[in-house]
Design a protein around this ligand. Sequence first.
Ligand code: C2E
Ligand code: CA
Ligand code: CA
Length: 643
Amino acid sequence: MKKIVNYIFSFPEIPSYAKMNFQLFHIESDRVMLRLLVLQWAIATFVTSIKYSTYYYGFFSGALIVLPLVLLYKHLKGERYFRYFIAVAMMLFSVIFIQQYLGRIEMHFHVFIAMAILTLYKDVMPLVFAAATTIIHHIVFNYLQLYEVSLFDMPVMVFNYGCGFDIVILHAIFVIIELFVLGYIVRLQIEHTININESQNRVNELNRELAHLSMHDMLTDLPNRLNLNEKIQNILIDAEKNAKKFAVIFLDLDHFKNINDTLGHDIGDALLKRVAALLKESVSKDTLIARIGGDEFIMVASDFNDQNELVPTINNLLNNFRKDLLIKGYLLRLSASIGISIYPDDAQNVKDLMKYADIAMYKAKGDGRDNFSFFSQELNTKVHTEVDIVNDMQRAFAENEFQLYYQPKVDALNGKIIGAEALLRWQHKQKGFIPPSLFIPLAENTGFILNLGKFVIQSSTQAIKRFSSLGFKDLSISINVSTRQFQNSNLYQDLKENIEYNRIDPTQLGIEITEGVILKYVENTLSALREIKKLGVSVYVDDFGTGYSSLSYLKKFPIDTLKIDKSFVDDIVDNENGKSLVNTILSMGKSLHLKTVAEGVETKEQYEFLRDNGCDAIQGYYFAKPMCEDEFIALLEKDKMYS
Ligand code: C2E
Ligand code: CA
Ligand code: CA
């Protein structure tokens, strides 16, 4: 029995997420119950009037029960005690008024229905109060009837069919059984409601999570681009209203790709997280920080009158980035480039502000990175020219405006032409000559260099075939190969096909790569270079000395020739330091058994110094400028005649 009681009356704890809903149920139920009570009041008025041929008794005594509750509703709705009062009131109507003129069964039925209605509360206590009310009522009224007490001229009686304790006890048993049955129903209702709330709660939680995810970057939990756009729009509206300024600060990590490529994405991710934390530390709390892509962050700062006021903050930011960061056992040196655009000075809409901050950031990168730059209209014009060039390149390519020029390389000892470097030239139909220093970086950025690279391979192998057919069979022609060609094209296959197609001697072809290519993609480059070497093609390290390659790197790579960068050659002019540096490079080449070519040789002094110190070949204006294929052939013919 105890078990059953425990089972039925151990009501589940209402979890916090469902409490609110239960509270709403309670208030709603209070309202329903009050309406029912008013209805009961009308019935009571009517029922008593039958016996006493006046509506007063029923009306006034019913009002005693109903009106306090109606008045209290406003203050107590939803409160636990309020529903107990209501339960008691419901029962009083049943037992006092209804029973008077109904039979035992009908009265009981009424009690049962009233209690069943109370289950609406999804709370067992009102039922307990209701049950207690009818039981106590029966006991008390049994005595009153026994002593024939009357109230309001009405004889008080429990039953119109007489009284007695046997009836009181029987009634109590009935009511308690009903209480159990209805209590069980309430329990089921509570469980059911909790279940519904639980799934609802889970759905809400998921929705919240989803909303958060869609607005935040997964890795750093910073607002993402979507979120930023929304927030920045609000900032703009606010700034517009209050005639205030704000700055869009575009930050991009320097050389992040290297870290990702060489150390792996795990380290890259960990680093980005640290960067997010670093940014939060470096700027004021009300600066908005967002991550909008790989290693790109945007901050929005307000509260300044003049853009110069931002400079200390930006410098501080750059400074904080210059520290060495220990990430998963790697000591990483970091720096960032920053571009800034200002509302309303630079632009009045979000799209342009972002674009301009981006442009300014590229300027900072161009200025050597680890730097910042404010946007300016001049910058914009420059970028527009660049965009024009990029757009124009495709057309120019189709219309054969690109061409290879050849700059002779001569033997340092006897001045004979031993080969040439093939250099791209763009002869624009309207604009004239466009220098490679302008279009090559743009072509690299857009990937167009892949088309140009293929063209260079085709064109240079055809030229080698032509040179050979004219009797110049041991020239070595080198072409420049950019990083992208190692990453995104099958350089080996392109070289092989063109060598075979033109049936040239592969040893007449060489590729020039920068130290950057070697350092960036150590493993990939190494295997690609080994294959290319197998073809018979030679490998030059271009701009040697400007990168950071160590001897150990150079030893590992299948390299034939070092091309000493022009900047070192420039320093040969009566500068002891410069001279000893060139000497060091030359002896380094010797110790690695590599050939050396000096680039950008412009004077006799430079030439003689290089020759006397063991440099193998010379390339530079001192001997010849880059020239078209026909001019180069003419020069070769002349060279042959004098030999
Ligand atoms: P680079 O590979 O270092 O090429 C040498 C540059 O130095 C050439 O500039 C050449 O004209 C110039 N130069 C040679 N001798 C002298 C000299 O005595 N004095 C001076 N002041 N300059 C001299 P250019 O042709 O303007 O090419 C610039 C850069 O564009 C090249 O630097 C190379 O990085 C890139 N480039 C040129 N052609 C190609 C190509 O076909 N493919 C790729 N990927 N890059 C190319
Ligand atoms: Ca070169
Ligand atoms: Ca070079």
